[in-house]
Ligand binder design. Structure first.
Ligand SMILES: Cc1cc2nc3c(=O)[nH]c(=O)nc-3n(C[C@H](O)[C@H](O)[C@H](O)COP(=O)(O)O)c2cc1C
Length: 323
């Protein structure tokens, strides 16, 4: 029997879904090459954040999330997906290759996950007062584990206070750095819509938040309004070690758990400052008594009304070779 590979239209659809993944500062640091029998995911290092992310850790997390979106979108089209992570040691920029072939029809859950790609958005405003159910948090933990990463819920009050203190310190440390501030402003767009970066409307800061949010507009003094009475769930996405392979796995776990949560009406905001720098990641790890290495902290809650941020067109990220 001859193998039935994904059609060019299916590949295009899969890459479009990948593009909707979350990425640090909405840098979308990925490229795709469609070959007759496989789809390659490559890092676009020209989009790496030189100040915030010198070793490309957050680039790998972002590309891992994009890879997860590929897998979800392909499955919903009834395609089977065989993935190899970092398949060629001589080409470290080749993060993964995927073979997409005709498979079993999509299940109801496959379709739900793919639908959640359009429902998931980073939510920086107040969450509704409704608590995230423990059963959902447990499901998210299992989701992360299934992707080869870990999820550490921060439920203990003392741990939460430790996290708040470290996050505030990490944030202050970054904001004092002129190079950091310059880089943030390069990726925040105040004017006409751009295909990448964080639009200023989406960068709003929550008044009175005890968990310090990244301040994309660098105008801390001007935040006003009634302090939010929310109690978000707080979780840490973590990995066994700190290598590119683990970063890709943690990125896929991040992508998967965000879709699973969005399907239940729960959105998230990464609180990246406390994991941007290795020294703070290690301090966080010891404050929370974790064995695993923290990769990203998320606040999560029920939310309505988040709007999509822009993305680059598929033509900018997909090259087709030999078809
Ligand atoms: C590795 C990583 C780190 C991120 N760090 C932050 C952060 O510190 N603060 C924040 O508000 N959003 C953060 N984000 C969310 C991105 O800004 C967001 O995904 C991007 O702007 C696209 O918007 P969307 O998620 O609504 O599609 C992060 C996302 C990723 C993948």
């Amino acid at each position: 029997m001859t193998t039935r590979y994904a059609t060019p239209e299916q590949v295009r659809h899969v890459v479009q879904a990948a593009g909707l993944a979350p990425s640090v500062h909405n840098t979308q640091p990925w490229r795709f090459v469609a070959r007759p029998e496989r789809l390659e995911l490559l890092a676009d290092r020209s989009r790496r954040l030189a100040v915030l992310d010198p070793d490309g850790r957050q680039l790998h997390l972002s590309c891992g999330a994009a890879l997860l979106h590929c897998r979800v979108a392909a499955r919903a089209l009834g395609l089977d997906v065989a993935v190899r992570l970092l398949p060629d040691p001589t080409r470290p920029q080749l993060l993964a290759d995927l073979v997409l072939t005709g498979g079993a029809p999509a299940s109801g859950d496959d379709v739900r996950m793919a639908t959640a790609i359009l429902q998931r958005h980073t939510h920086r405003g107040a969450f509704l007062e409704r608590t995230v159910p423990p059963a959902l948090l447990e499901r998210l933990r299992l989701t992360a584990e299934a992707e080869g990463a870990l999820l550490h819920p921060v439920a203990d009050e003392d741990e939460l206070v430790e996290l708040e203190v470290l996050l505030a310190a990490a944030d202050a440390h970054e904001e004092h750095d002129l190079a950091y501030r310059t880089e943030v402003l390069r990726w925040v767009h105040l004017g006409p819509l751009q295909p990448d970066g964080v639009p200023v409307d989406a960068a709003g800061t929550l008044p009175g938040a005890s968990l310090t949010q990244r301040n994309f507009t660098l105008t801390r003094g001007e935040v006003s309004g009634t302090p939010a009475a929310e109690h978000p769930a707080v979780v840490v996405v973590a990995s066994e070690d700190d290598r590119p392979l683990s970063w890709l796995r943690a990125g896929q776990a991040l992508g998967a758990l965000l879709l699973r949560a969005a399907d239940d009406g729960v959105q998230a905001q990464p609180l990246g400052q406390v994991t941007d720098v290795l020294a703070y990641r290690l301090r966080l790890r010891s404050a929370l008594g974790m064995v695993a290495v923290p990769q990203l902290v998320l606040r999560m809650g029920f939310a309505v009304g988040a709007s999509p941020t822009p993305r680059r067109p598929v033509e900018d990220v997909l090259v087709t070779v030999g078809r």
